[in-house]
Design a protein around this ligand. Structure first.
Ligand code: WTA
Length: 661
């Protein structure tokens, strides 16, 4: 664990309270949860009898066979809806076709490039999805992919990405989606850890007008591992790529030959639906395991209640995340599609070709529900109000945020400039591991306070406790835990049982420890204070400081590296790296650029340090542990404070501080 203090009183004081706008119920045609009283009663009941609560939700989904028990809990192992048989793709697609919604839009896709006739768009109905997904599923089967075979997906934001994900679910092959910004090395690590023999990718992906060479990255990754046997390639950018005969296949060839009928596999409720790699305290990313029944139940209900999604109200929902992150899995695909709501997929950057792109999309597609990250909101603030002001945003009903704490200034801007003070903001706290929302306002019911994610979702027993599991008094920082299991909780870390227990169930006996510190105010509202481990949230993307350190020391020049987060105006947290160099290298600007590029090629561009400082030595304790707390102060330009009695050599710190600027 990092040496962060949990007993500090948060400095953030916030007295503004925003009741749900009076007009909200009219504009949205009603709400699932209408009042705080209703929420409080339901929450109390759901905690007193979670099995009854979640069992009733599960009744709303399609099961081939009903479950025997709602929950079997033997900490840290949960089995939800054991004995039940279900298919995720069936619940997202086929069910709507069967209910007569075949012609309703499922995905509304918009490409990044804007030609003379405007941007390219594609709408796929539920009927289209059923046929396209079935074709892809049959294509995969013909390659020998079957139940339990993990398929890696490394693609841009094109409809085929969602089709591929659902095709895997359809045939019971767990997917492992890797964000398209990761490097060849990162792909190789994940493919090896997952034992994945098939990769689905694109020739390239459009990003801010240029092409990200996805297929070339895959080729390089395959050179670093020997397990990949097949690659399926979607043609998107028509960039030059090489296709290896026997191994590489064009998507259009694979699906063209395949039948558009493919039955859904009857999966066990606890069968793995997907693996998703995320960063932790060590250099090695962990493959978070999510299973089928509970994940579907939880993402279905949270999508419905948190966003107040209502099938018959012409809702158009847009989550701006990439499918490569958990937010895209749960709230572009599984949760939203189970609710039968059209989900927008946008391929590119928020400011391409101009900083009004998002608002142009909202206006043209009449978006009613919009979900994004604080880092994006801060970028929009910087680009200025004139861009959203050019567009009619009056269709918007609910605004969401996720990924990192939202600063009150950004919250107020979102509220005023995007929501015109008419849209509740749902600040949703959750994690890759939790699968779905855990702490969040409900739009028609919960009064909101800028910067607070407010109260636990129904069925979620979240608390702020000390190391012994005792709840902290109001306004006192502590560990954020969840005391009872919930349906979409992770079931493990792929291939590493011990790490699962150590990371999540060892800090506080019998409780899930999230890795965040938090406090509750006198209203009981939660305020997330930040990560307590060596994880940083860069633009809402989760990175382990150790991963960046390993990447740095893998370069010849670097002997030792310490990486910490530092305040960053747009990203929320930026990356600061302190490096000691081997004597053959000169500490100059050129080396800084070389090292930044090196980290990008080892991990991905998101991990590039914002600041690199060369130093003769790193501040360490007498036992040799790097004192990151002090480095965080230096990186933030603050005077280092707090206990330094264990610091081995004061001159190191003094030098770092005097070199400031
Ligand atoms: C942080 C993203 C404050 C938190 C869904 C958590 C947040 C980590 C919020 C998980 C929020 C996420 N307010 N902090 N609303 N949402 N976080 O796994 O530190 O990429 O532990 O999941 O992001 O990041 P992950």
């Amino acid at each position: 664990m990092a040496d962060s203090d949990i007993n500090i009183k948060s400095v953030l004081q916030e007295d503004r309270i925003f009741d749900p706008p009076a007009e909200f119920m009219n504009r949205s045609g009603g709400a699932w949860i209408e009042t705080m009283e209703q929420y409080s009663t339901l929450h109390a009941q759901s905690i007193a009898d979670p099995e009854h609560f979640w069992g009733a939700v599960a009744e709303e989904l399609h099961w081939f066979k009903r479950w025997d028990t709602v929950l079997e809990w033997d900490c840290p192992d949960a089995r939800w809806f054991a004995g039940g048989r279900i298919n995720a793709c069936y619940n997202c697609v086929d069910r709507h076709v069967e209910n007569g919604f075949e012609d309703q839009p499922a995905i509304i896709w918009e490409g990044e490039p804007v030609g003379d006739k405007g941007p390219e768009t594609r709408t796929l109905t539920y009927g289209d999805m059923q046929r396209e997904v079935s074709r892809c599923a049959n294509g995969l089967k013909a390659m020998g992919v079957g139940r339990g075979d993990i398929v890696t997906i490394y693609m841009g934001m094109v409809p085929e990405l969602t089709i591929a994900v659902l095709a895997c679910a359809r045939i019971g092959a767990p997917h492992s989606v890797i964000f398209g910004g990761f490097s060849a090395q990162s792909i190789a690590d994940r493919v090896t850890d997952a034992g994945s023999k098939v990769i689905i990718t694109c020739d390239g992906a459009w990003r801010r007008g240029s092409v990200v060479p996805l297929k070339a990255n895959v080729d390089e990754a395959i050179g670093l591992t020997d397990i990949v046997e097949r690659v399926v390639v979607v043609q998107r950018c028509e960039n030059a790529i090489t296709m290896l005969a026997g191994r590489d296949h064009w998507w259009h060839d694979v699906v063209e030959e395949a039948s558009d009928e493919c039955p859904c596999e009857e999966m066990d409720s606890e069968d793995m639906l997907f693996l998703l790699y995320t960063s932790g305290s060590t250099g090695k990313p962990k493959g978070i395991v999510h299973t089928t029944g509970g994940y579907l139940v939880h993402t279905f209900l949270t999508s419905r209640y948190t966003f107040n999604l209502r099938h018959h109200e012409d809702h158009v929902y847009w989550c701006t995340a990439d499918v490569g992150w958990i937010t895209g899995h749960s709230y572009i695909i599984y949760g939203v599609m189970q609710n039968g709501i059209p989900s927008i997929m946008y391929e590119g950057a928020p400011n391409y070709p101009a900083p009004n792109r998002f608002w142009d999309i909202v206006e043209r597609h009449k978006v009613t529900h919009f979900y994004t990250a604080p880092t994006a909101i801060r970028a929009f603030m910087k680009w200025g109000e004139s861009h959203p002001r050019q567009h009619d945003l009056s269709t918007l009903q609910v605004l969401g945020t996720v990924g990192e704490p939202i600063n009150p200034e950004a919250w107020m801007w979102y509220h005023r400039v995007i929501g015109h003070e008419q849209c509740p903001i749902v600040d949703t706290w959750w994690q890759t591991e939790t699968g779905g929302h855990m702490i969040t306002p409900l739009p028609a019911a919960t009064p909101t306070v800028p910067g607070s994610c407010t109260l636990p979702f129904l069925g979620i027993d979240a608390a702020v406790v000390d190391e012994h599991g005792v709840e902290q008094p109001a306004n006192t920082g502590g560990l954020l835990v969840v005391r009872k299991p919930w349906p979409s909780m992770l079931r493990g870390i792929h291939g590493d049982r011990q790490r699962y227990i150590d990371t999540y169930f060892s800090r506080v006996d019998g409780m899930y420890f999230a890795g965040d510190s938090a406090r509750r105010d006198e209203r009981g509202y939660f305020w997330i204070m930040g990560r307590m481990d060596d994880v940083i949230n860069v633009s809402g993307h989760r990175l382990g400081t150790m991963e960046v350190e390993s990447a740095l020391v893998s370069h010849d020049a670097v002997v030792e590296a310490a990486v910490v987060g530092m305040p960053h105006e747009i990203k929320g947290t930026g990356i600061a790296a302190f490096c000691t160099l081997s004597t053959d290298w000169k500490p100059d600007d050129e080396l800084i650029e070389t090292l930044r590029a090196h980290v990008a090629s080892e991990i991905g561009a998101i991990a590039k340090p914002d600041m690199i400082r060369f130093t003769d030595a790193l501040p360490k304790t007498r036992s040799g542990k790097i004192m990151r707390r002090l480095l965080r102060d230096v990186a933030a330009g603050r005077e280092a404070v707090g206990d330094m009695t264990t610091l081995e050599d004061f001159s190191v710190l003094a030098k770092l501080q005097s070199d400031e600027g």
